[in-house]
Design a protein around this ligand. Structure first.
Ligand SMILES: Cc1cc2nc3c(=O)[nH]c(=O)nc-3n(C[C@H](O)[C@H](O)[C@H](O)COP(=O)(O)OP(=O)(O)OC[C@H]3O[C@@H](n4cnc5c(N)ncnc54)[C@H](O)[C@@H]3O)c2cc1C
Length: 350
């Protein structure tokens, strides 16, 4: 049998990363399993967004926030697996969880923290043959860097909050913004829509979809798109520098338990639990967006509180004599050596 872990955390978004840090702090042998190639969860969907609402943290870009979360998660040398999807969870006669992953491996753990958000999110791609070859150049499903769009002609496909938020962000960056949307009205927040409608840089084309991508001579980039206006059946040729497609996300929330009733579901994917992270299944705890209880907030700060509670509950589950919680965790003895190093460095600098 392979190594046994005290806790295995499923999902490497903010809840899973902070649970990883905190379980190390509580001296638990920890494994984190993430299905995507990169850790960070939903924050990877907004790398260039400025996050303002994490207490004590100055406004920070999503991408930098993920870097910091990962660094913190690694503090106590956990085992971290990426590109590994949990498919199935079972329990053996010794009360050990057996976690089966899509690479055919089995992982053994005394407890589990479900931090799998709403599942695995992938952007809904443009349904045009050959579109994928431009993903490395000027066809985007998220905004990788604002600099790329400076003084450019940017076409945004979509009319929901995601698309319109990007269009508003582009107002001070791009030279021209063309929003195309298949419906006859934008469905985003009214104030954001009003900002676009009153800006001369912006053209909004409703009842319109992208029909074709025309490449440049070198076939490396899209230089023009063919748009179809469905109300007039008109075709428009629109030159562009960049396209941002914001058509929502496909969600893969498939993950099975040996006993299907083992985790109570509130609706199609929220695990109904408690603010202590406990779920209906003994030994399985939950944190972050996947967890539902009265007063739960699906925000970054909510994930951290959930993580602390889930880890503390898991700790007591595997060791009933353990403290229910660490009252002042930054005074933990594990930090003493690191604190000494930091103070020494400060003294040298002075
Ligand atoms: C566009 C957008 C903007 C936002 N802006 C803010 C903001 O400004 N401030 C704020 O506080 N919050 C914001 N949020 C909310 C915040 O991002 C979420 O609350 C937070 O990411 C939830 O973290 P989580 O770890 O619970 O779930 P997620 O971030 O969803 O992470 C779950 C992870 O689990 C993995 N996973 C799922 N299933 C499996 C499986 N079977 N096996 C292995 N891994 C699996 C997924 O790949 C994913 O990495 C925003 C969300 C979005 C979508």
């Amino acid at each position: 049998m392979s190594e046994i872990f005290d806790v295995t955390i499923i999902g490497g978004g903010p809840a899973g990363l902070y649970s990883t840090f905190y379980s190390g702090l509580r001296n638990m042998k920890t494994k984190l399993i993430e299905s995507q190639a990169q850790l960070g969860g939903k924050v990877l969907l907004y790398p260039e967004k400025m996050i303002w609402d994490v207490g004590g943290q100055p406004p920070i870009m999503g991408a930098q926030f993920v870097i910091q979360l990962i660094e913190q998660a690694k503090t106590f040398q956990p085992t971290i697996l990426t590109n590994t999807k949990v498919d199935f969870i079972d329990k053996n006669d010794n009360n050990l969880f057996i976690i089966s992953t899509n690479d055919g491996q089995k992982h053994y753990s005394k407890s589990i923290i479900m931090a799998n958000g709403g599942g695995i999110y992938n952007p809904q791609k443009l349904d045009i043959e050959g579109a994928e070859k431009f993903e490395m150049t000027n066809l985007h499903y998220t905004v990788p860097s604002f600099k790329l769009f400076q003084h450019k002609r940017v076409l945004i496909s979509g009319g929901g909050n995601g698309a319109i938020d990007w269009a508003v962000e582009m107002l001070d960056i791009a030279d021209e913004i063309i929003v195309v949307y298949r419906k006859d009205q934008l469905t985003a927040h009214e104030a954001q829509v009003a900002l676009l409608q009153s800006n001369p840089k912006v053209t909004i084309l409703l009842n319109t979809t992208i029909e074709k991508l025309i490449a440049n001579k070198e076939k490396t980039k899209v230089s023009e798109v063919v748009l179809k206006k469905h109300d007039t059946v008109e075709e428009l040729y629109q030159p562009i520098d960049h396209i941002i497609v914001s058509h929502g996300y496909n969600r893969d929330a498939s993950l099975q338990f040996s006993d299907e009733t083992s985790l109570k579901l509130k609706d199609d994917y929220y695990y109904e639990g408690t603010a202590t992270g406990k779920t209906s299944k003994e030994g399985i705890f939950a944190a972050g967006d996947i967890l539902s209880y009265e007063g739960k907030v699906n925000l970054l700060v909510g994930t951290f509180q959930d993580a602390v509670n889930a880890v503390n509950s898991a700790k007591v589950y595997i060791d009933p004599l353990a403290n229910k919680f660490e009252m002042v965790s930054s005074h933990n003895e594990k930090f003493q050596e690191k604190n000494r190093q930091i103070i020494q460095e400060m003294l040298v600098e002075k």
